[in-house]
Design a protein around this ligand. Structure first.
Ligand SMILES: Nc1ncnc2c1ncn2[C@@H]1O[C@H](COP(=O)(O)OP(=O)(O)OP(=O)(O)O)[C@@H](O)[C@H]1O
Ligand SMILES: [Mg+2]
Length: 217
């Protein structure tokens, strides 16, 4: 059993508010895990800490067997790059570049081979071929979301952390995206996904709820 991610007693305080009160979570290779919880319950905070974008106030974060919460920021960034891909709740696209470039630049940054071919394939799957040369401001919310999914996919990272990845999509599009996630998952990519969509729960092999700073299943 390969441990992809482990959170041990993770707490996070902002000022005197404790958002996470002792989170324990283990993801093994091939897991496809959901986190549900009300708005403000700490789901995004948890994903950011899990992926090394933020650090806990207390507790340990282990990514592919290495403790990352006590690393310096630059070292942590170097370690997580190419290992973890994020699909954020709010999509950060490069506004001065086209859809195609948003994928290929990211792939090249990570040193991914055949980025152009991969980008073509991913855009085709995401039904964005006709938007390839558009800059992000010309896209709809759902199209922007699909580009940010494409950017996570091009990295080929073994762990994908996704924060409401289909929040702006209709149910048919959401199911299509999840079918694709499931296919990538079958090939070995591990997923931790925040979602509100009850209809998508059938895809997951474990579902956790976060409430009052703790996880329950
Ligand atoms: N940098 C920060 N400084 C202070 N408080 C913060 C910070 N980031 C998050 N919080 C607070 O922590 C709580 C949890 O935020 P978080 O974004 O993790 O919630 P969430 O479960 O993702 O909510 P949503 O479903 O609305 O996205 C919120 O009350 C939020 O205001
Ligand atoms: Mg959130």
């Amino acid at each position: 059993m390969e441990r992809i991610l482990e959170l041990k007693g993770v707490k996070k305080r902002y000022g005197n508010v404790e958002v996470l009160k002792g989170i324990n979570l283990t993801l093994k290779r091939g897991d496809f895990v959901a986190i549900l919880g009300p708005s403000g319950s700490g789901k995004s905070t948890l994903l950011h800490i899990a992926g090394g974008l933020d650090t806990p106030t207390e507790g340990g974060v282990y990514l592919f067997g290495k403790r990352i919460d006590n690393l310096r920021e630059a070292e942590r960034d170097r370690y997580r790059k190419g290992k973890v891909a994020f699909i954020f709740q709010f999509h950060y696209l490069l506004e001065d570049f086209t859809v195609f470039e948003n994928l290929t630049l990211f792939g090249e940054l990570l040193g991914i081979p055949n980025t152009k071919e991969r980008a073509e394939e991913i855009l085709k799957f995401l039904k964005l071929e006709h938007r390839k040369d558009y800059k992000p401001y010309l896209l709809s919310g759902g199209e922007r979301q699909r580009v940010s999914i494409g950017r996570a996919l091009i990295s080929g990272a073994p762990l994908i952390l996704a924060d409401e990845p289909t929040g702006n999509l209709d149910s048919k599009q959401s199911e299509e995206i999840f079918e694709y996630f499931k296919e990538i998952n079958r090939r070995g990519t591990t997923f931790l996904v925040v979602t509100h969509n009850q209809k998508l729960l059938k895809y997951f092999n474990r579902v956790y709820h976060i409430r009052d700073g703790v996880l329950t299943d």
